[in-house]
Every structure is written in C-alpha cells, then in structure tokens.
Design a protein around this ligand. Structure first.
Ligand SMILES: O=C(NC1CCCCC1)[C@H](C1CCCCC1)n1c(-c2ccc(-c3nnn[nH]3)cc2)nc2ccccc21
Length: 233
C-alpha cells in the first residue's frame, strides 16, 4: 500500500483554502432563522434571495484566495464564478442542512424547507442530494476543497483557456484525494463517492432556473447581483 502523505506545499495550499473558507462564511445563520419561525412563500423567497446574494459575495472573496485563481484570464475568472455559483449555493445549502444539530432540529428544518414554497417536484432531488452529502460526514477541509474544485471546473460556458483551469483543479483534486485517504482510511472509495456528489450537484443545478420560476408565488423579485449570476429577469 503506497504511503500517502500531504507534502509541505499541499499543506500550505490546504491551509490557504480552509482559512478563506472559514473567513468568508454566511453572516446570518439561515437555519436558525428557519427554525425560529414559519414564513410565507413570499418571505421565504426574499430570505433565499438575501442569503444567495450574500453567499455570492462570500464566494467571490473565497475564490480570490484560491492559489492561482487570480493569475487566470480575467474573463475566465468571471466565467468560472458565474458557472459555479448555483452549484456552490446548493453545496453550501447541503452543508448547512447536514450540520450537527440538537435532536429533532434537522427534522424541523427539513419541514420548513419542504413547506417554504419550493415546488414539490424538486423536493426529492434536492433532499436526495442534501442527504447524500450528509452521509459523507465531510471534514471542513474536504468541504472547502470540494467547493474550490467545483469553482475550478474547466468545462463551464465561455472559458477560453480550460487547460489553465484544469491544471489548478488537478492540484486541488490531488490534495483532496490524499486527504480522503488519510481522513477515511476504512473507505477505499470515499474520494470517488465525493466526486460523484459533484455530478449530482450539476444535475440539481440544471433544475435551478425552472425551480426559481415555479416558486408558489407571483412576482419573483431578485437583487441586481442575482440577475447577473442567475440569468433571470
Ligand atoms: O437560504 C437558503 N439557502 C442558503 C444556504 C446558505 C448559502 C446560500 C443559500 C435556502 C432556504 C431559503 C428560505 C426558504 C427555505 C430554503 N435553503 C435551501 C434552498 C432551497 C431552494 C433553493 C432554490 N433555488 N431555486 N429555487 N429554489 C435554494 C436553496 N436549501 C436549504 C437547506 C438548509 C437550509 C437552507 C436552505
């Protein structure tokens, strides 16, 4: 069995990414708000757009701290952020949903999300994803690097130099592979399962614009930033 070890350079890379990931957290805890009270679809949609807007801002700051990202072509940086924003939002939502909470709180949270105004046909794929992320019991280093890998996906629309992006993503994938072996020595295929979640995440994000349009309410208002990122309005 090969001796897996994370070298000094990879440890520095991981530290930079985890520090950035922890520094740029969503200011207000949406789970706490949802557990406190039941809201109307209109209020929930407003909460979603506020949280999503704040998360995009946080995502930009996080991404700027990914070593090598700022050396990419400027337009490719934008294309990567735009192409990964929805996936990053669902990945973050899954991490919020899977966080350890006092007994019964997760069930209440699930109920609140199910009754928030999201159309029923999206509940199954969305919660299947959330639960499949939860089952992995990712450590925060894995969460941070998985988010960086999602952002550094070379085949986003309009990326002019995918090879440059691929080189950065491969560096991240190598660190994540080693981390998985070290953190989950019993589970041979843990790394493969983790990457399989990214496929599920991409599928879930294909529903996104349809999900947004069919929230059970009229007059969906978005912030200017979300209009840019979500291609709506
Ligand atoms: O605020 C949220 N997520 C933020 C988490 C932190 C990063 C930024 C997004 C939403 C809640 C908004 C208020 C109504 C209930 C859902 N959320 C979602 C969620 C649900 C539907 C869509 C969506 N997209 N397009 N149509 N519906 C997006 C996200 N899943 C969650 C799981 C646990 C906790 C909160 C969750």
């Amino acid at each position: 069995k090969e001796k897996v070890e994370i070298n000094r350079e990879q440890r520095a890379l991981m530290k930079a990414i985890v520090d950035a990931y922890n520094r740029h957290q969503i200011p207000q805890d949406v789970a706490k708000k949802l557990l406190q009270d039941q809201y109307s679809p209109e209020e929930n949609f407003l909460l979603l757009t506020e949280m999503a807007t704040s998360q995009v801002q946080v995502l930009v700051e996080f991404t700027k701290n990914i070593p090598g990202f700022l050396s990419l072509d400027r337009e490719d940086q934008i294309a990567l952020l735009k192409g990964s924003a929805v996936e990053a939002m669902f990945l973050r939502s899954a991490q919020v949903f899977s966080r350890k909470m006092p007994t019964g709180h997760t069930d209440v949270l699930e109920e609140r999300v199910r009754k928030s105004g999201i159309p029923d046909e999206f509940m199954t794929p969305m919660f299947n994803f959330y639960k499949s992320i939860g089952e992995l019991h990712m450590v925060q280093e894995e969460q941070a690097i998985l988010t960086a890998i999602t952002i550094l996906t070379p085949d986003r629309p309009y990326v002019k130099d995918p090879q440059a992006v691929e080189r950065l993503q491969e560096t991240m994938l190598d660190v994540l592979r080693k981390l998985c072996v070290l953190q989950h020595p019993q589970e041979q295929q843990y790394f493969a399962r983790l990457l399989g979640r990214l496929t599920e995440l991409r599928t879930l994000s294909h529903y996104h614009s349809e999900m947004l349009a069919s929230w059970r309410m009229n007059d969906h208002k978005f912030t200017p930033l979300l209009c840019e990122i979500w291609d709506v309005q």
